[in-house]
Design a protein around this ligand. Structure first.
Ligand code: NAP
Ligand code: F7E
Length: 353
């Protein structure tokens, strides 16, 4: 039985990947952080199904900022595949916690690579690094693919740049099977609630039931290439099954602005909204209501709060996944409409009175 080690197993991608690998017959080990409350809700169903009965999921306490801990887990588990998904993954928060972000996202990756080397595992282990479309940053070339130059715009992206090149360096210097997945934004019902898509679907459901009146957002002009996390964890696995360690873009080849995404979400709950005004005075107003919800025509359902603007933002990300399609046979199964439908239905059910 193959063994996989996932850092960040309690996060969105870690949970989907653990389920995917268990279904493929892997024994899955995950690193969870010590916290004062339980944070394993995304994997609790797997723990219940697989920890007691056949021990296909084993969780270890750990932290990517702790070298001895990383080395000790690697030694204990001796995995065939490592998926390094652990990160301080919020771009806006990284401006407030740049040192911690670099320690986790940049040096955390280096700690893993160096532990693999010192433990003599370079020949036996395959390593996946969670790289990101944020590396392209303020990029004038559209769409972006594997050879598009990087221009990172946040402490998050700069830390991920260090990790990206560390992978290339260890691959070349020590002949390690280490690959970067350059993943564009991917979402799901289990996305963290401070990311914009989940924030919007959550708010739309609350406004639908009259639990809230308005959602406050920041930059509505930014465009993102949004896919579904389920498709992307399948891509991560495929990247490690390829004959050579290489870097791959996973994306949907389409993008939408935050404003367009918001309109699509409200349309899904039967409400048309129109935007008017400029900058911090822009508002999204309900103009047509086709469902039983408590939203009224003329209601200001979207307003701007400048707290959500970033010191520097990334405005136009659009991926080109043709390399992954050609070499891995990977393509996304979800599009923006099926993604939004699933997220909205989940949140409507969650807040149903
Ligand atoms: P997420 O939901 O925020 O999950 C991040 C995971 O990392 C959580 O399990 C978190 O633990 C863990 N973590 C944070 N700091 C850590 C530390 N110091 N030591 C060990 N673990 C730590 O993120 P995600 O959306 O699943 O993303 C997974 C990875 O892909 C991340 O590396 C992210 O940067 C990258 N990525 C994401 C996207 C995307 O659109 N989702 C796109 C490109 C790349 P807690 O649960 O304890 O907080
Ligand atoms: O922001 C704008 C915001 O926080 C998207 C992470 O998974 O994907 C994610 O990073 C856009 C930005 O994701 C709000 O300014 C407007 O332009 O959902 P987000 P992100 O920054 O793209 C990449 C690929 C990763 O690697 C990261 O780990 O939406 N925006 N208003 C807002 N964003 C938030 N969060 N909240 C708002 O109110």
């Amino acid at each position: 039985m193959k063994k996989a080690l996932i850092s960040g197993i309690t996060g969105q991608d870690g949970a989907y990947l653990a389920e995917y690998l268990i279904n493929k017959g892997y024994e899955v080990h995950g690193i969870k952080r010590r916290t004062s409350r339980f944070i394993t809700d995304r994997v609790d169903h797997l723990v219940k199904d697989h920890q007691e009965a056949d021990k296909k999921l084993i969780l270890h306490y750990g932290d990517l900022t702790d070298s001895l801990n990383v080395t000790s887990i690697l030694k204990k588990v001796n995995p065939d595949e490592i998926y390094n998904l652990g990160a301080m993954s919020h771009v806006h928060v990284s401006f407030e916690t740049p040192e911690y972000t670099a320690n986790t996202n940049a040096i955390g990756c280096l700690r893993m690579l160096e532990s693999i080397r010192l433990l003599g595992m370079t020949e036996s282990v395959k390593y996946y690094q969670a790289s990101t479309s944020e590396l392209y940053g303020d990029c004038k070339i559209i769409p972006q693919k594997e050879d598009t130059p990087f221009n990172p715009q946040s402490p998050y992206a700069i830390a991920k740049l260090f990790a990206f090149y560390s992978i290339k360096n260890y691959r070349k210097s020590y002949n390690m099977f280490a690959s970067n997945g350059i993943l564009f934004n991917h979402e799901s019902p289990h996305r963290g609630e401070t990311f914009v898509t989940k924030k919007i679907t959550t708010a739309a459901a609350k406004i639908y039931y009259g639990i809230a009146d308005t959602i406050y957002l920041g930059n509505l002009d930014a465009k993102r290439d949004w896919g579904h996390a389920k498709d992307y964890v399948r891509g991560m696995w495929k990247i490690l099954q390829y004959k050579n360690p290489e870097d791959f873009v996973l994306a949907t080849n389409t993008n939408f602005s935050i404003r367009e995404f918001t309109k699509l979400v409200f349309k899904e709950i039967g409400v048309e909204i129109e935007f008017s005004g400029k900058g911090v005075n822009e508002k999204g107003i309900a103009t047509k209501v086709d469902s039983d919800c408590l939203i009224k025509i003329g209601q200001e359902v979207v307003k701007i709060d400048e707290r959500y603007f970033r010191p520097s933002d990334v405005n136009n990300l659009l991926g080109d996944y043709s390399k992954a399609k050609r070499l891995l046979g990977w393509e996304p199964k979800y599009n923006i409409h099926s993604l939004i439908k699933e997220m909205v239905n989940y949140d409507l059910e969650r807040f149903k009175p």
